[in-house]
Design a binder for this molecule. Structure first.
Ligand code: NAD
Length: 367
């Protein structure tokens, strides 16, 4: 029995999570693997019910589960609340409480959706990249502040300044690098570590630490790339990448860039992992899409593929993960599309437009 804490959240969250659970029910029928769900509150619904975005009970239940499945949180209703009471504070809080230091974002091009990319089909065909971003350190969490200082250029005046500190220690680098090496071992055995070691001391320590670890993974082909070059290479020749590992700031930017190679926000899953053996959190990369909530328009595939990542990375069920991924590929090959992935060249012909619920059912049938 696998214990899953379920955070449906706000907006389209409950709709897409329901479809992911439908697919898991099909998996249970096929393989016998059982899932026990506990619904917990986070985000706007939690604010409405309890006054805070992340109730203590949610944290407790998540910590005592095998994995956490999340839809999305947030919406205009809660946008005017102070920062610590907004739905997004729940997201940061649960990441911290679970010690989720690694964010995994795959960018995979489905052949059936190749026209959805803004890049030429020849450039993106076959792309299958895993971006591994450090999530709890670096400049987003370093010391910051403001002050006033004199300038050598202007005599007699002071100017306001601000600073943020980009700091990593070797433990933080080693654990994210180890996570990336382990993932590379399960995939194409190529790892590219992205930094700015030509300028930043922090990046030089990052590179030294990754290099030290490489001896433990002789089968993995390790390379290093400066972040400016990586941003360019992702667009120029994305097929060269298998696994990319990088810091919080660089990863924030590069993982968005990599995911947009695929051109479709509703399709993309993510995983956030902590220490081996502790519960990871799995969610689509998109938000709560309040503009389409409750209209049976949301694409549930990003959430369904997040469930596949949950099976693979937190529950040790690789074959079952592949069954779900194959089901999604089949549904797309069979011509079914939610409106957001209806590409210009695919309008008409054998293409069938379906809603959230139908899409979930179609995947479940193919599992
Ligand atoms: P969004 O990702 O919710 O929506 C952006 C656009 O993409 C919208 O037009 C939306 O309709 C569309 N879209 C998103 N997911 C889709 C899907 N599955 N199927 C079809 N279309 C989809 O981003 P936003 O509009 O900037 O944010 C809306 C709310 O979500 C905000 O409150 C924001 O803070 C929150 N948010 C939450 C998360 C999260 O829970 N992890 C992430 C990002 C944004």
């Amino acid at each position: 029995m696998k214990k899953i804490a379920v955070i449906k959240g706000d907006g389209i969250g409950p709709e897409i999570v329901a479809e992911a659970q439908k697919v898991l029910a099909a998996l249970t029928a096929k393989t016998g693997v059982q899932f026990e769900y506990t619904d917990v509150l986070m985000g706007g619904v939690a604010i409405d019910a309890t006054g805070v975005p992340l109730p203590d009970e949610t944290v407790e239940i998540c910590k005592n589960s095998d994995a956490v499945l999340l839809g999305a949180v947030g919406g205009p209703k809660w946008d005017t609340l102070p920062g610590h009471l907004r739905p997004e504070a729940g997201l940061l809080g649960i990441r911290k409480a679970l010690g989720l230091f690694a964010n995994l974002r795959p960018a995979i091009i489905h052949e059936a959706l190749i026209d959805a990319s803004t890049l030429k089909a020849d450039v993106v065909r076959g792309v299958d990249i895993m971006a591994v971003r450090e999530l709890t350190g670096g400049v987003y969490f370093g010391e910051r502040g403001r002050g006033y200082e004199a300038s050598a250029d202007v005599v007699g005046e002071k100017f306001e300044f601000a600073f943020d500190t980009d700091k990593y220690n070797t433990m933080e680098v080693e654990r994210i690098a180890r996570c990336a090496f382990d993932i590379a071992m399960r995939r194409g055995k190529k790892l590219c570590s992205v930094d700015k070691a030509n300028v930043l001391e922090n990046s030089r320590l990052w590179r030294e630490t990754v290099n030290k670890l490489a001896s433990e993974y002789p089968e993995v082909e390790l390379s290093h790339m400066y972040v400016d070059n990586a941003a360019m290479q992702l667009i120029r020749y994305p097929l060269q990448f298998d696994v990319i590992v990088t810091s919080n700031l660089f990863g924030d930017i590069l993982s968005d860039e990599a995911s947009m190679l695929t051109g479709s926000i509703g399709m993309l899953p993510s995983a956030s992992l902590g220490k081996p053996g502790e519960p990871g959190m799995f969610e689509p990369i998109h938000g709560s899409a309040p503009d389409i909530a409750g209209k049976n328009l949301a694409n549930p595939l990003g959430t369904i593929l997040s469930v596949a990542m949950m099976l693979r990375y937190s529950l040790g069920l690789e074959a079952e993960a592949q069954m779900i991924e194959a089901g999604v590929t089949k549904v797309l090959a069979d011509g079914y599309r939610t409106k957001d992935i209806l590409t210009a060249s695919a309008v008409g012909g054998e293409i069938k437009i379906v809603g959230t619920v139908e899409m979930g059912t179609l995947v479940a049938e193919r599992v």
